[in-house]
Design a protein around this ligand. Structure first.
Ligand code: C2E
Ligand code: CA
Ligand code: CA
Length: 680
């Protein structure tokens, strides 16, 4: 594409519009100058021409006057007459000179005066003047004048006079012609000037107007844009500032802002005259509401809780949401109000939050636990206060939720111990300090070994061998139990596969599934993959689920996983049966294969009343085709009671204590030998 690079004289950049104005002014100036010159040229000769008309008329008068005088004063004219004659002839000659000077410049008139073919008016006039002067001189000298001179009287010829008249006409015509020319020039100039103005209007001023208008438009557009941008920016900045300090969902302070405000509140000092109480609040059952009804309902619940909090404290108190369902409130009150004042507020908050809430057309029920602590002149650090209130909250939750707990120093020690344990568990997982122990199960009828239960042990570097009671609660609470179980299950499967390879191919292995693990819907599939990966049959694996957890299975996720496990070919047993209150009827609805009778029942199985209970359980279980394993068998008496009552297998210190992998082979061999000896 060819781009013509012609200058636009400021159209694109209005700052250079002056170039256009200069152009327009230049054109106007040129027009004026040209006009002035043309007009001036046309008029320049007009006045001399008109003057010449006068001069020639005067010549006629003077000529006639001279001749008249001469005719009357033929003889001796007096001095006055002479003077008059002299001046007349001088005037005549001067008028003639002027007329000739003008005639020189006008061709038509010049011909009239000089052309040999024409009247030769100039020569005649000069002859006339010469003749008059001759007569004058003769008169002055007193010599008789030569009045017969034809040059003198030629003036009286019609020719001479006629020539002068013609010359007047010629001068007049020339003047007229000049006037016409001036008018013509004036008209042409006027038209040209008008045309130039129109052209300037079209090509200079109109584009200027357009350029200016569009520049103004651009300006006002960019102005509008700028205003809009700055409006957006400032509202954005406002939102940013708001978001930086507030929880977008509830409008309460966020963690940082709450912390800062609390610092300010504490920083005012005089903490022995006023009291600052920090409450750490956690909702009970919120996660379930969220899981069951979805996030929209969860959000609405949080908003409602925020409203409840706002309505229960004064506007000068601080409220913040510092985590999903965690809130912190800082209350200020007079020492005289006493601690009962805060206790009352806590109770009120818990009661109000625990009322059924109707949000988004569903009715939900949650609860709240609160931990709280006071600032003192020695302890006025926001971080520490919030963390202490959190520790008290934890202890409120452990004590059964739905309550408020005041922070005490010993709680911190407990928490610190707990945190240490968590760190240690994580370390132990890395160093392989968790070890699978195995406790054999034997057939009640034949005494033969039928299976092994995998039990976790932790070889602690300082505290020695730890049993699950030492770490399981924390591990379950924090979720590391999943990692522990996965690890131990793989080790256990390796071992079971090696036992099968060594000829113990009828042995089953029982593993304990934690409540957490059973909530993962992919657990059955993962377990199956691991078992098949070891070349084992899922039928060789028993998954034990505690009775207490079955009862707590609100959402049926357990039941679904139990079904999936048995569909995958695993056997599922209910552990610690009889310690809780699960009815056998309840269990019949689940796809389970067996029960493990809790060792509290077995401990007294030799006593008459308990024996009847165990007998009833075994009887009903057998009727429902459940296998029965008795656990905690410690004495021969218990074992023989079971032999009377029935049941498939027994497990307990009386048979074997849990042992590490390395000991299992030896035990199996020696137990097998003993068995054969016993039966022999
Ligand atoms: P449990 O499933 O009921 O396991 C049997 C517990 O009873 C074991 O305690 C075992 O050492 C103990 N025991 C066995 N025979 C006798 C006996 O004759 N008398 C007495 N008094 N106790 C006996 P342990 O190993 O301390 O395990 C405690 C619980 O921890 C287990 O109860 C089980 O629920 C859980 N657990 C153990 N290992 C694991 C594991 O690897 N993962 C998971 N999630 N839980 C485990
Ligand atoms: Ca068990
Ligand atoms: Ca048990």
């Amino acid at each position: 594409m060819i781009r013509l690079n012609c200058p636009d004289f400021g159209l694109r950049d209005p700052r250079r519009l002056w170039q256009r104005y200069v152009m327009a002014l230049g054109l106007v100036l040129a027009t004026v100058l040209v006009g002035h010159t043309m007009y001036g040229n046309a008029l320049r000769d007009l006045n001399p021409l008109l003057a010449s008309v006068n001069d020639v008329n005067q010549q006629q008068i003077l000529g006639n006057k001279i001749l008249l005088v001469l005719r009357n004063e033929e003889r001796r004219p007096d001095g006055e007459v002479l003077n008059s004659l002299r001046s007349s002839v001088d005037l005549f000659e001067a008028a003639h000179d002027r007329a000739v000077a003008v005639a020189q410049r006008v061709p038509a008139v010049r011909a009239h005066y000089f052309d040999a073919s024409g009247p030769m008016l100039d020569a005649r006039a000069r002859d006339f003047v010469t003749a008059v002067r001759d007569v004058l001189r003769q008169l002055e000298e007193g010599v008789p004048p030569d009045l017969a001179n034809s040059a003198l009287w030629s003036f009286q010829d019609n020719g001479f006079q006629g020539y002068l008249t013609t010359s007047v006409r010629l001068f007049e015509e020339a003047a007229l012609e000049r006037t016409a020319r001036a008018y013509w020039a004036r008209d042409v100039l006027t038209m040209t000037a008008l045309l130039i103005l129109v052209l300037e209007a079209v090509f200079i001023f109109w584009p200027i107007q357009k350029a200016v208008t569009s520049a103004m438009d651009r300006l006002s557009r960019s102005n509008r844009n700028l205003r809009e941008k700055s409006r957006v920016l400032s509202s954005y900045a406002g939102r940013l500032a708001y978001a930086a300090f507030n929880d977008p969902l509830t409008g309460l302070y966020n963690r940082k802002k709450l912390h800062d405000e609390l610092e300010t509140l504490l920083g005012r000092g005089d903490l022995d005259e006023r009291r600052v109480c920090v409450l750490h609040i956690d909702l009970d059952g919120f996660k379930e509401v969220n899981d069951r009804f979805g996030h929209a309902v969860g959000d609405a619940v949080l908003k409602r809780v925020a409203e409840i909090m706002r309505s229960r404290v004064r506007s000068s108190d601080l409220i913040g949401r510092i985590g999903g369902d965690e809130f912190v409130i800082a209350l200020e009150h007079r020492v005289a109000d006493g601690e009962a004042w805060v206790e009352a507020i806590c109770e009120e908050l818990i009661a109000k939050i625990s009322e059924p809430l109707r949000v988004l057309d569903v009715e939900v029920k949650i609860g709240a636990s609160i931990g709280y602590t006071y600032a003192t002149p020695e302890m006025a650090n926001a971080d520490v206060l919030i963390s202490n209130a959190d520790i008290a909250l934890y202890s409120a939750k452990r004590a059964g939720r739905g309550r408020a707990q005041f922070f005490t120093g010993s709680m911190r020690a407990g928490i610190e111990q707990r945190q240490r344990t968590i760190r240690e568990i994580e370390g132990a997982l890395l160093t392989g300090a968790f070890k699978p122990y195995f406790q054999p199960q034997v057939s009640i009828r034949t005494g033969a070994v039928v299976g092994l239960e995998l039990l976790a042990r932790w070889q602690h570097p300082e505290r020695g061998l730890l049993t699950p009671g030492d770490f399981l609660p924390i591990a379950e609470e924090t979720g590391v139990i999943d990692a522990i179980d996965t690890r131990l299950t793989v080790d256990g499967l390796d071992f079971l596969a090696s036992l099968h390879g060594a000829g113990w191919d009828g042995l089953t292995m029982s593993i304990n599934a934690s409540a957490r693990t059973m909530r993962f819907s992919d657990y059955p599939a993962r377990l199956k993959e691991a078992v098949v990966g070891h070349g084992l049959d899922p039928a060789h694996l028993v998954v034990e689920i505690r009775e207490s957890e079955l009862l707590a299975d609100g959402e049926g996720q357990f039941a679904a996983n139990i079904r999936a496990l048995s569909e995958a070919g695993f056997r599922v047993y209910v552990d610690d049966f009889g310690a809780g209150y699960a009815s056998l009827a309840h269990l019949s609805a689940l796809n389970i294969h067996g029960l493990k009778i809790d060792r509290t029942l077995i401990a007294n199985v030799a006593a008459e009343r308990t024996e009847q209970v165990v007998a009833a359980v075994i009887g009903m279980a057998e009727a429902m085709k459940f296998a029965v394993v008795a656990e905690g068998v410690e004495t021969p008496a218990q074992f023989s009671a079971l032999q009377r009552l029935g049941g498939q297998a027994a497990q307990g210190f009386g048979i074997a204590t849990p042992m590490p992998m390395e000991e299992v082979r030896g035990w199996l061999d020696s137990y097998g030998a003993r068995e054969r000896a016993d039966h022999a």
